[in-house]
Design a protein around this ligand. Sequence first.
Ligand SMILES: Cc1ncc(COP(=O)(O)O)c(C=O)c1O
Length: 326
Amino acid sequence: MNASADPNLIVYFNGRYMPLRDAQVNILTHSLHYGTGVFEGIRAHWVPVENELFVLRAPEHYERWKKNCGILRIQVPATVPELCAITVELMRRNAFHTNVYVRPLAYKSAERIGVSTDDQNSFAIVALPFGEYLHSDKGLHAGVSSWRRIEDNAIPARAKICGAYVNSALASDDARQAGFDEAIFLNENGHVAEGATCNIFMVRDGKLITPSVTENALEGITRSSIMELASRELRLPVIERPIDRSELYICDELFFTGTAVGVAPIVRVDHRPVHDGAIGAVTQKIHQLYFDATRGHLKAYEHWLTPVYQSRMKYEQDLVSTVESM
Ligand SMILES: Cc1ncc(COP(=O)(O)O)c(C=O)c1O
């Protein structure tokens, strides 16, 4: 995961497809100094039996991205279908036959000194082969961070704003230095907010509980997928409410969710076992349901997926108009 990306990778940058090695920015770029960008993270899963690559919830990711760009007054000059079409085209041009992570990035691109912003924006989309982000097969050991989650009226955590990830980087670095796999953030009210790069769920007394989106957490797309799967398929009551730190120590099950981490069980928190220290039954069921839904095994959730190699008809028209306008 830490290996540098192949410089020959085809990326979409400044309205053109080009090799990664040519997609360069100036050292004075505004967002490089001030963190004034908004990014996304999208996964595509390779399913060998179908010889197909399925992009997961691409329209939802691009809708969130465009909305959140508005927080920084960045306009992305492409529609959601056009962005989906570029994404599919990137996978085809790179001939990916493996799991892939897609990183759209829109940013303030003026090349000058000065924090005030203007209307000069750029965007790029990079897709690259990507395996597991956290090795969570045996369950993770999470630690509550001494870094607090950023407040909405400082830097909104609900959006993937580049500068906000200093908060996540500090917490996750500390967690790793202390021997944990991942950090859990509390917000300024002392309630559980989320992980450094993922949302969090707790099972207590047969209910699935997660902090509400006003607790300074990212409005995760995996989070909403899990809430839907748990209530529709497992008939579990799903509750959004504040979670106290000490509830982490007495709950029945805990897990993280996110595009990068998927469904990642937590078996220890702050050196205490979660329940009996084994991956819980609800977590296992949700993990399996999410796996099946994201690999096209569940008909009811096929609308979450964009097949890359069979979708030529569906996206041909969008693609032609996108490519023509470049
Ligand atoms: C801070 C944070 N929380 C939660 C998530 C999970 O969000 P999603 O499920 O949309 O990937 C992410 C994903 O990158 C994140 O960075």
